[in-house]
Design a protein around this ligand. Sequence first.
Ligand code: NAI
Ligand code: MG
Length: 395
Amino acid sequence: MAKHTVVTMPGDGIGQTVLAESLRVLDAVGFDAQYVHADIGWDFWVNEGNPLPDRTIDLLREHKLGLFGAITSKPKVQAKKELKPELQDKGYEYFSPIVNMRQLFSLDICIRPCRSFPGNPLNFVRQKAGGGLDEPKVDAVIFRQNTEGLYCGIEWTNPPQVVRDAISTHPKHKAFAEIPNEEIAISMRLFTRNACRRIVRAAFEYAQKHNYGSVTICEKPNVLRETSGMMEEVGREVQREFSGIELWSTNIDAQMMWMTKSPEDYGVIVAGNMFGDIISDAYAGLVGGLGFACSGNIGDDVAVFEPTHGSAPKYQKLEPSIVNPIAMVLSAAMMLDHVGEIDAATRIRNGVAAVVEEGEVRTYDMQRLPGGPKVIEQGAASTTQLTDAIIAALG
Ligand code: NAI
Ligand code: MG
C-alpha cells in the first residue's frame, strides 16, 4: 500500500502534458504514492454538461490531495454553443471547474510563491543609475483569498427586481435608478471576516515559519472601504499575535508600480481574490512568467496543487511538446511540502535551480523565442528534455 494517494486531474491541453511530466519527477524522488485519475475540463462540459463531474468531487473528498493541470474555459455564449446537441437548451450553465472546486472544498488559502532562480534569463533586471544592470533577487509569496471576493460567483446581467430593490436602499444607487434592468450587469465583491482572518493568519504563520520580516496587505481601502477595509482591520488584529512581523499596507494600483521598480522590497503579500490573482501573475512575470508560476489551493481538509498557467490550446497538439514543465513540477514540490515530504520537495527545487543555472536545457520561453513548431530546430528543449534534465539533476 502506498503511503499517499493523489487524485490527478490533467484537464485540457498542455495540462495533460505537464501533469504527466511532474509525475515522472515525483517518481524519481521516490515519492511513495499511488495516483487516481479524475476527469475535469472541457470535454466533460461538452458531453455531460458538467466540467467538474460528481465522480471527481467524490475522489477528492475521499483522498483529499490533488494535482491539477489546467482547463480550457470559454465565454458563456460560446460555451453553450459547444454543448453537444442533446444537452442544448436544457438549462446547463458553464462555471469554471477550478473556481467551483475551490469553493466546494473551501480551498480558501491560495499560495503562489514567486522566487527567482539564479541564472534564469527571464529574471527581472533594471538599469542602475550609473549604468549597467542590476538583477535583484525576487522572493515574494502571494497569499490570495481563493473563494470569495469578486470571484464569489454572485452576479447578474439584467438583475431580478429584488436585487434592484435591495440596492436601491443605498444612497449611491440614485445615479443608476433610471437605468433599465437589462442594461445593468452586477458582479458582487463579497468578503467575510472569517475568510479574511484565515488568509491573513495563514500569511503571518508562513512569514514566521520562513523568516520574513513583514506581511503586506495589498487592497484598496480608500475606495473599497467595506471589503478592503475589513481585510485591513483584520490585518491589524492578527498582527498583534505576531509581534516580530511588521504589517505593511499597499494599494493594488501603487503596488503594481512599486513591484515593477523594486520587487525585492516585498516578501509575503496578502490580497483578496481578484487583486491576489493580478499581483501573483505580475510577480510571476518578474521571475520567468507562466512557465515558472506554481500554486497551492489549501483548505482545512483538501488541498490541490496546480501551475497557474492555462491550457495553452495553441501548443497542445505540437509533437514534441514545447511548453515549460517547471511550473507544474514546482507545484508538485509544493504538494510534497504540504504532506511533510520536505527533503523530496527540496531536492526537486534544487534540481530545477541547477538546470536553470546551468542553462544547457531550456524550453522556448526561456530562450525568448516566439512559440511554435519551429522552436525545437531553433535550439529549444522539448518539455520532455527539460524534465529529463531536472530528473538527472535531482542528486
Ligand atoms: P495560458 O496560460 O494557457 O497561455 C498564455 C500564454 O502563456 C500561452 O500563449 C503560452 O505562450 C504561455 N504559456 C502558458 N503556459 C506555458 C508553459 N507551461 N510553458 C511555456 N509557455 C506557457 O492562458 P490563455 O491563453 O489566456 O488561456 C488558454 C485557456 O486556458 C483558456 O481557455 C483559459 O480560460 C484557460 N485558463 C485556465 C487556467 C487554469 O486552468 N487554471 C488558468 C488560465 C487560463
Ligand atoms: Mg490568473
